[in-house]
Each structure stands twice: as C-alpha cells, then as structure tokens.
Design a protein around this ligand. Sequence first.
Ligand code: ADP
Ligand code: MG
Length: 243
Amino acid sequence: MEKIIEIQHLSKSFGANEVLKDIDFSVDKGEVVCIIGSSGSGKSTLLRCINLLEKPSGGQIIYKGENILDDQHDVYKYRQKLGMVFQQFNLFNNHNVLSNCMVGQIKLLKRSKAEAEEVAMKYLRVVGMDQYINAKPRQLSGGQKQRVAIARALSMEPDVMLFDEPTSALDPEMVGEVLKVMKELADSGLTMLVVTHEMGFAKEVSDRVVFMDKGVIAEEGSPEQIFNRPNQERTREFLKRTL
Ligand code: ADP
Ligand code: MG
C-alpha cells in the first residue's frame, strides 16, 4: 500500500495544554479513515495540524515521502493537495455557487477561467448542485451549502480530502444527502480522512476507524473490530454513550 500521509510522534500544545501526544498515524492511497472520539479529544487539532492550519509542536508529517515540516518545503503546494471541508461550510458568501468552486483554481492553480469552470461544473454535478450555479450561499439550505463546499474542495483535485464533522451543523433531515455524497466519493476511490459523530457512516463506509481519547489514538482497527469487539475499555465506554 502506498502511504500518502504519515505522521510520526506528532504533538501539539496550546500553552500548557498538551492536546496531541506523540501521535503515529498514516493514511494509504484510496483509504477511507474515520476518526471518532469525545469532544475535546483532539480530532480537529489533528486535522488542522495535518493541513498546517496549526503548527505542530513536535514530530513529523511525511507526505509522499517528504517531511513537510522541513523549512525548505513549500507549504502552499502541500496544502493545495489536501481538500478541507469544515463543519461551518466556510463558503464565500458574496460569490455564487459556480464562482465559489472557481476562485481557488484560478488564484492558486493558475487555471484559465474556462478550465476552472469546466472542472467546477464536473464536481458540482458529482454533488448534485449543478442546477444551482447562480445561487448565493444564503439562498441554499445547509445540506446544499455543504455539498457546494465539497465540490469546491474537489475542484482543486486534491490527493486527500479531510472532513471535520461535515454534518454536525446540519438539520437532521439534511444529514443524509451529505453522507450520500461522501459515500459515493469513498466508493470512487478517493482518499478520505473524516472526523465524524455519524457512527453508521463510520461503520459502513470506512476502511479503518481511529478512536481518539485525550490527545492520543486509544485504538484503531477495522470498523467491524472497533464497533463489535473493541479492545479498550474507554472505546467501549465511548461507544456505549454514542450508540
Ligand atoms: P475535538 O475536535 O476532538 O473536539 P479539538 O481538537 O477541537 O477537539 O480540541 C482539543 C483541545 O484543544 C481542547 O481542549 C480545546 O480547548 C483545545 N484547543 C483547540 N484549539 C485551540 C486553540 N486554538 N487554542 C487553545 N486551545 C485550543
Ligand atoms: Mg472538533
């Protein structure tokens, strides 16, 4: 298996608060990994360290064999290879749907307008939002906004997609449409790292489940193993509380 991202001894502190402690973790090409765990266990910080929205306090992040925390490494190039989808969508509110999916391509990837539009339309079709290209974000439902946010990230044609609780801010009736799109992406072979509270999704879609507790990876394994035969007491406790 080809490792896309490998993390070694990653740590992160905010002041005296050590939020990530000596994390070792990797993602293979084509793999879908779900990260579960209680609020405050460090899941978002881990994702944010992986895409360098937070600067790790220690350790290494190896991307395709190169240490990207190395001073010489081009952080901007690296970050373009990671698509990020947030709980709060973070769309550009003054841009319409199509433009939201084009600006990054034009500014960062230097694509022509015509090419950017073609790519944006391709991914808007994938998420089923190609009928809404002229709408502004405020005219869309939460589920529609999140599907546009996914199309925007895909339009950069990243190697890995990172999702941080993409359905947590949605009304319950909109969760399904977003999870359906994510499942289709997973089935298409996209490499995905998903922080989620949707245990059904984690069970059904992931190749591997990572359980985080108090800044460490307490346990990881196949969804079948984690959900049916967890090795750790704290995994059992967590699952009992959520299921
Ligand atoms: P999770 O996503 O699992 O809920 P987080 O990674 O958001 O957990 O947070 C883990 C811990 O790190 C929490 O105690 C939180 O208060 C702290 N933390 C997160 N971001 C910051 C920050 N920017 N400054 C200070 N503390 C932070
Ligand atoms: Mg979080």
